[in-house]
Design a binder for this molecule. Structure first.
Ligand SMILES: Cc1cc2nc3c(=O)[nH]c(=O)nc-3n(C[C@H](O)[C@H](O)[C@H](O)COP(=O)(O)O)c2cc1C
Length: 311
C-alpha cells in the first residue's frame, strides 16, 4: 500500500468498544446471510465489519410463509429468526469468514437469559469472532413473551449474563418498540455493554383487501428500509446524548448521505440492512461515498463528524 492510501484509510478507521474497524460501515444482521452469500458481489475485506444472521442455541426454521411483504418505502418481515444454530455456524460458516481480513460480529439471541449466555460462551471460544451483538428484541418466554429489550431490568440482566461469559466486546442491539429507548440504553450501559446498536425493526402489519387477511402468516412483522430512517435517526440522536459508550446507527440507510446523517446525530458506526436487498453493493458504495465526503469537505478523520449536530 502506498503512503497516501494508508493516510486515506486511517481517516476512515473507528473503534467500537476496543474493536478496531477499517471503516464505520457494517452489514446489519439478517440481511447479509453469513457473508458467503454476498462474496460474489462484495469484496468482504473492504467492509468495516460483517454482522451475521442472528444465532440461537439450536437451529430454527423460522415462521411459515408468507413472511416478507413490500410496503411503501420499506418491507415487513416475519422471518422469525431462522438460522443454522450456533454449532453449525462455528463448524461450517466461520471457516469461510476466517479467510478474510474483516471483523466478524456474531448476532445472538435466546428465549431465556441462560440461552443467551450459552450461545455467547460457545462463540467466545471459537476462533474468528471479534464481537457479539446481542439482539434483545426476542420474546422472554418466562415473562409471557414480552421482549427482553422492552424492559430495562431484563435488558440489563441479559447484558450482565453475556458479559460474564465473554472476553469479546458486547454490543446490545436495541428495539425501537418501546416508549423510552434512551432509558434502556442507559440500563444496558450500566450493566456493562461496550456499545449499543439501534434500531431493530418497528412492529407493523399489512392487510389484503380482497381476502381481509393479513399479508403475513404471522399477522405482524418488522418494518425496515427507508420508511423507518427518520425514526431511527431520532432515536440514535436521543440515545447518543444519554450514554458514553459508542452508538451504532441502523435504519433505512441507503446512501453515504444517510450514513453521514446518523454519524452527525451521534453514531460512531452504521449498519446497512434492507439496502443490501435492493443493491447488493450498497455497503461498498456507501464506504466510497463517505470517503469522498471527507475529501471534498477537507475533513481529516471520520471521527471528527460524530455527534456534531448543531441544534
Ligand atoms: C429479513 C430481515 C432479517 C433480519 N434478521 C435479524 C436478526 O436475525 N437479528 C437482528 O438483530 N436483526 C435482524 N434484522 C433487523 C436488521 O438487522 C435491522 O436492524 C433493521 O432491518 C433496520 O435496518 P434497515 O432499515 O437498514 O434494514 C432483520 C431484518 C430483516 C429485513
Amino acid at each position: 500500500m502506498n503512503p497516501s492510501n494508508k493516510k486515506k484509510d486511517a481517516a476512515m478507521a473507528v473503534e467500537i468498544g476496543g474493536l478496531k474497524l477499517k471503516n464505520p460501515v457494517m452489514t446489519a444482521s439478517g440481511t447479509f446471510g453469513y457473508g458467503e452469500e454476498y462474496a460474489d458481489y462484495v469484496d468482504l475485506n473492504q467492509l468495516g465489519a460483517i454482522v451475521v444472521k442472528g444465532l440461537s442455541l439450536k437451529p430454527r426454521l423460522g415462521n411459515p410463509p408468507p413472511r416478507i411483504m413490500e410496503t411503501a418505502g420499506g418491507m415487513l418481515n416475519a422471518v422469525g429468526l431462522q438460522n443454522v444454530g450456533v454449532d453449525v455456524f462455528i463448524k461450517e460458516k466461520l471457516p469461510f469468514l476466517r479467510q478474510y481480513d474483516v471483523a466478524v460480529i456474531a448476532n445472538i439471541y435466546g428465549e431465556s437469559t441462560l440461552e443467551y449466555s450459552q450461545v455467547a460462551k460457545k462463540l467466545s471460544q471459537a476462533e474468528g469472532v471479534h464481537a457479539l451483538e446481542v439482539n434483545v428484541s426476542c420474546p422472554n418466554v418466562k415473562k409471557g413473551g414480552l421482549s427482553f429489550g422492552s424492559d430495562p431490568k431484563a435488558a440489563a440482566e441479559v447484558t450482565r449474563r453475556v458479559k460474564a461469559e465473554t472476553h469479546l466486546p458486547v454490543i446490545v442491539k436495541l428495539t425501537p418498540n418501546v416508549t423510552d429507548i434512551a432509558a434502556i440504553a442507559q440500563s444496558v450501559e450500566e450493566a456493562g455493554a461496550d456499545a449499543v446498536s439501534l434500531i431493530n425493526t418497528l412492529t407493523g402489519m399489512s392487510i389484503d383487501l380482497k381476502t381481509r387477511t393479513p399479508h403475513l402468516k404471522n399477522i405482524t412483522g418488522g418494518l425496515s428500509g427507508p420508511a423507518i430512517k427518520p425514526v431511527a435517526l431520532r432515536m440514535v440522536w436521543q440515545v447518543a446524548q444519554k450514554v458514553a459508550i459508542p452508538v451504532i446507527g441502523i435504519g433505512g440507510i441507503l446512501t453515504a448521505e444517510d450514513a453521514l446523517e446518523f454519524m452527525i446525530a451521534g453514531a460512531k458506526a452504521v449498519q446497512i440492512g434492507t439496502a443490501n436487498f435492493i443493491n447488493p453493493r450498497a455497503t461498498i458504495e456507501i464506504i466510497d461515498g463517505i470517503r469522498h465526503y471527507l475529501q471534498n469537505n477537507k475533513i481529516k478523520n471520520i471521527n471528527d463528524i460524530v455527534g456534531t449536530l448543531r441544534t
